[in-house]
Design a protein around this ligand. Structure first.
Ligand code: NAP
Ligand code: ZN
Length: 349
């Protein structure tokens, strides 16, 4: 086993603190990765605080991983030492079901194996995420980081990037479409950049009032503060597509009213349940959908798309000692626009 320095939460109420984990020695099809950077996603917080239920402790969060391959299994030809690679929200799946065969491993019928707060395929070995110095991963669940990109700004693409790219592609957002991104946080700011790079006209809808300048700088052409009087009436029936990235409860019906007939709203944020009125959909033949990260093939496609269009995340790089403070700031929507942990700040064993 490989003794590995990490940060873990021991319960839903504890702060993250230094912790030591054991990584498996790489098997014939595994790579061992030295982690350089790990982004901080709101899903880490939901799970550390057991907001989705069923959390497994000790928990080492982190699923926006960029690092260097330092060891390759005996049967690997795809990767070599020194390769810069990424690992996202899952590290394995069944490899056999219809979803896995289609390259949509995130929808694996047997259940994907999440990078943390889950178990490996044996169903009993806990998985530990990227708030750590190294990770052992099956070669097929690793993607190649295109050359020439600043790595700390690439890490968030591994979740925030693919989670916004995938629905924009899947639901066919195209040049000239009028797209609204709800919530300007980690996912939201990537949604703005990627939708813009796809040629859409993007509006940010925010419950904060102070993000207008940032929204425009990120590529939006308009900004709506939901607190403005009459915001939902003024902008009714304006958009073809809404990408909702909000992490807290809010009224979906009000946002659906902003869609034109035949419009689509895709939820990627995962707050507590909300009441939905059928009338909100029926009256204009609207579609309401959800979307979960993206498969390995599509994650590689997204990275290549971002490299081609010069899209990376706007980040605030922090040492790991600041992680608890970063969580508090994320909860106050005070993130510009993704915290990324510099793993050099965690002493290696
Ligand atoms: P984040 O950085 O905290 O951004 C969330 C944004 O939601 C905030 O910046 C804020 O934007 C808005 N917001 C927060 N509280 C709100 C409230 N009470 N009312 C209205 N808007 C509010 O979080 P994130 O990392 O982008 O993640 C967002 C959500 O997506 C989380 O629920 C996360 O678990 C989920 N997620 C889903 C997937 C997936 O595969 N579907 C993947 C990753 C994350 P404004 O200040 O602009 O309003
Ligand atoms: Zn995430």
């Amino acid at each position: 086993m490989i003794t590995t320095a990490a940060y873990a939460a021991l319960s839903a109420r504890s702060q993250l603190a230094p912790y030591t984990i054991q990584r498996r020695n790489p098997g014939p099809h595994d790579v061992l990765i030295d982690i350089l950077y790990c982004g901080v996603c709101h899903s880490d917080i939901h799970q550390v605080r057991n907001e989705w239920g069923g959390s497994i402790y000790p928990m080492v969060p982190g699923h926006e991983i960029v690092g260097t391959v330092v060891h390759t299994g005996t049967d690997i030809s795809k990767w070599k030492n020194g390769d810069i690679v990424g690992v996202g929200y899952f590290i394995d799946s069944c490899h056999e079901c219809a979803a896995c065969t289609e390259g949509e491993e995130q929808y694996c019928e047997a259940g994907m194996n999440t990078t943390f707060n889950g178990f490996e395929r044996d169903g009993k070995t806990p998985t530990y995420g990227g708030y750590s110095t190294r990770i052992t991963v099956n070669e097929d669940y690793v993607v190649r980081i295109p050359e020439g990109l600043p790595l700390e700004r690439v890490a968030p693409l591994m979740c925030a990037g693919i989670t916004t790219y995938s629905p924009l592609r899947h639901f066919g957002v195209k040049s000239g479409d009028s797209v609204a991104v709800v919530g300007l946080g980690g996912l939201g700011h990537m949604g703005v950049k990627i939708a813009r790079a796809m040629g859409a006209t993007v509006t940010v809808i925010s419950h904060s009032t102070g993000k207008r300048i940032d929204a425009l700088a990120l590529g939006a052409t308009d900004f709506i503060a939901t607190s403005e009087k009459g915001a939902f009436e003024i902008h009714a029936k304006r958009f073809d597509f809404i990408l909702d990235t909000v992490s807290a409860q809010h009224d979906y019906n009000a946002y659906l009213n902003l869609l034109r007939h035949d419009g689509t709203m895709v939820l990627v944020g995962i707050p507590d349940p909300v009441l939905l009125s059928a009338g909100s959909l029926v009256m204009r033949r609207l579609k309401l959908a959800g979307s979960l990260i993206g498969g390995i093939r599509e994650t590689q496609e997204m990275l290549d798309f971002c490299a081609e269009h010069g899209v990376v995340s706007d980040v605030e790089v922090i040492p790991i000692e600041k992680i608890n403070e970063a969580y508090e700031r994320i909860l106050k929507s005070d993130v510009h626009y993704r915290f990324v942990i510099d793993m050099a700040s965690l002493k290696r064993d």
